[in-house]
Design a protein around this ligand. Sequence first.
Ligand SMILES: Cc1cc2nc3c(=O)[nH]c(=O)nc-3n(C[C@H](O)[C@H](O)[C@H](O)COP(=O)(O)OP(=O)(O)OC[C@H]3O[C@@H](n4cnc5c(N)ncnc54)[C@H](O)[C@@H]3O)c2cc1C
Length: 366
Amino acid sequence: MLNGVKRFITNGDADISLVLARSEEGTTDARGLSLFVYDKAYNTVKVRRIEHKLGIIGSPTCELVFTNAPAELVGDRKMGLIKYVMSLMNGARLGVGAQSVGLSEAAYREAVKYANERTQFGKTIINFPAVYEMLTDMRVKLQASRALLYETSRFVDVYKAYSHLASERKLEKEERDEMKEFQRLADAFTPLLKMITSEYCNQIAYDSLQIHGGAGFMKDFPIERIYRDARITTIYEGTSQLQVVAAIKGVTTGVFLNQMNAYSHVEVAPDREHLRRMLIEMGEEYQSTIAAVVQVNDTEYVDFHARRMVEMAGNIVIGYLLLHDSARNEDYLPSAEIFIRKAKAQNRERAVYIADFELKDLGHFK
Ligand SMILES: Cc1cc2nc3c(=O)[nH]c(=O)nc-3n(C[C@H](O)[C@H](O)[C@H](O)COP(=O)(O)OP(=O)(O)OC[C@H]3O[C@@H](n4cnc5c(N)ncnc54)[C@H](O)[C@@H]3O)c2cc1C
């Protein structure tokens, strides 16, 4: 029997609900939670409230009250959070990555449309450098997001294909090794994707609204809704800060670094060799920055710089993805040029900040 309250449940009035609940009395940790399935036909869960939200208003967010609700255990006891919900959440994080790409695309299109229509001082506003730079930055972030989404989906696909195969027959050693490798990549790239694409989609929506000027602040244009809808992406299925907590393992265990090294061996055309070199140097800077942080040997210090390190990794990974995309489609070359140059400057800023930062400096923030 389930008892208690759940807040912020999307489509809480569904026919079937998967419910994470504390099954082990007296526990407070993740191991005391199990997963249950509840059928609405029992009629023992009440939707007490439907939230009034800033965005995604078409999606009902419910507060549910469970009163002696009959439910069946799913899988093994105590594995609810650490195994099943983590796995569901990784799928959902990939989904929010895709949602963020969709929102980014919509926000970008609205900005391009408006910038081509609006005239000021006898010119359409797309001709002002301040506007076309914003638009190009938006396009670059959009393509960066899409590249990271496809790469992460590829890792997840290969890993999932092996897991399905493993349920049908025993895998060969090589297959098992490859499955583990893709699982490691999927685990590191999924939170990276969720964090970066959701933050980018908010930045893109912000800039798109800016390009609309005062009109963007009105309810008359779609960007007003896109801007509000974008805001949830950095929050649900784990906030950006929580994505960093998950992705930092990919930094400290070397998953991102190994992948960067693999990317660096992919041949590129001579006219873009300078970009590959830049990325290799950024990789070296990243590696020495991580080593310096880890050397301090203090968990709080690592946590404090975690986002900076994850973002440095993301910048390098995306740089390679755009560079490789430019071999398949020339349209990606300007984006690769712009992204890698900006990423180099951003990573340098983070590296310098970390290099000048001592453990005692944490005190300034408390
Ligand atoms: C519209 C909407 C729909 C939702 N749908 C569902 C749903 O269907 N099912 C469901 O189960 N949940 C759902 N949620 C809940 C959602 O997943 C959580 O709101 C979200 O994960 C953040 O958790 P929280 O609200 O408890 O914030 P908190 O955890 O209280 O976070 C508050 C702040 O503290 C920071 N913080 C917290 N912990 C840490 C940490 N360890 N390290 C660093 N910073 C930290 C956060 O980043 C944030 O800035 C939904 C929420 C919303 C708003």
